[in-house]
Design a protein around this ligand. Structure first.
Ligand SMILES: C[S@@+](CC[C@H](N)C(=O)[O-])C[C@H]1O[C@@H](n2cnc3c(N)ncnc32)[C@H](O)[C@@H]1O
Length: 290
């Protein structure tokens, strides 16, 4: 059986977050608790762990894998100040964010994340939010569609893809969309499937992924204590750019000059680790900020 989700850069996260028995830690993307289970082992006895996820299925799975003492909350990490405050986790010693979707989300065709299987055009990590990929694909005007496909998908042929989408409306399934995008974009050598970039763009737009990340990094210094640490694992350059920019300015100080990347052995074992970048920062005490 395929493992549900292999945590990426696990040893590096544990090392860089400087967890100790008794630490208070927030996993803001608890997912299937791969990182959380290992962090729990590092902070017990007496440590406290809060896991947050906007996907109720992920939380149900995390609940089965974590001890009952670990706290879990449904919500968007952009609201971490309110969620952690209400749960009594402020100030925390450390916070982890492992961005993007989990393999369990991608593997379920009915969630609509994957161009490899046929499902509804959904792509919501939080099934309670109103906006779906079908809304964007069928209702947004061509200009807006082209903009997100270019900016979030880094697709050179964004204009042509947007035109084809508009011409083929209504589009109901991931399979239909994949075929329409493939007819607009020739498969490039080594560039992966021609629909990959458009699907990435839609997913980022549906979940406002870049906005949520920027909001999170704004509020982390009010959640993590001065001297505490925040680790972010990102999977594409748009995310990494936001983290890099933030971590180069107070109140953050990045612990390593360059982002950490998975070893060759991990990349071999887990293809998802190939694009992963880990940046870790210390939240500086106020007096060191100036
Ligand atoms: C890559 S997975 C995390 C996997 C986890 N670290 C593990 O080892 O099992 C990312 C998770 O973050 C959640 N997520 C992504 N963006 C989020 C956000 N803005 N707020 C809350 N959860 C989010 C997704 O629903 C998904 O379950």
């Amino acid at each position: 059986m395929k493992p549900i989700h292999q945590p990426v850069l696990l040893a590096e996260v544990l090392q860089e977050l400087d967890l100790k028995p008794g630490s208070t830690v927030i996993d803001a993307t608890v997912g299937f608790a791969g990182h959380a289970v290992a962090m729990w082992a590092a902070i017990t006895p007496e440590g406290r762990l809060l896991g947050i996820d906007q996907d109720p299925d992920a939380l149900a799975s995390a609940r089965q894998r974590l001890p009952a003492e670990a706290e879990l909350r449904h919500g968007n990490f952009r609201d971490v100040a309110a969620i952690a405050g209400e749960a009594g986790f402020v100030p925390a010693d450390a916070l982890l964010v492992d961005l993007g979707v989990s393999s369990a989300q991608i593997d379920r065709a009915e969630r609509g994340f994957s161009f490899r299987s046929d499902g509804p055009l959904d792509m919501r990590m939080d099934p309670g939010q109103p906006l779906t990929a079908a809304d964007i694909v069928n209702d947004w005007d061509e200009e807006e569609l082209a903009r997100i496909i270019r900016e979030y998908g880094e697709e050179r042929h964004a204009r042509r893809v947007a035109q084809r989408i508009v011409a083929h409306r209504p589009i109901r399934t991931t399979g239909e969309l994949r075929a329409i995008v493939a007819s607009a974009v020739a498969a490039g050598k080594g560039a992966g499937h021609p629909a990959r970039r458009t699907f990435q763009a839609l997913r980022i737009a549906v979940n406002d992924e870049l906005g949520a990340l920027a909001d999170l990094l704004d509020v982390v210094p009010s959640v993590v204590r001065p001297g505490g640490r925040v680790a972010v694992i990102s999977f594409h350059s748009l995310e990494d750019r936001i983290v890099k920019r933030r971590f180069h300015a107070p109140p953050y100080r990045q612990t390593t000059k360059k982002p950490l990347q998975a070893s060759a052995a991990e990349q071999e074992r887990n293809p998802r680790a190939r694009s992963a970048k880990l940046r870790v920062a210390i939240v500086l005490p106020q007096t060191e900020e100036a």
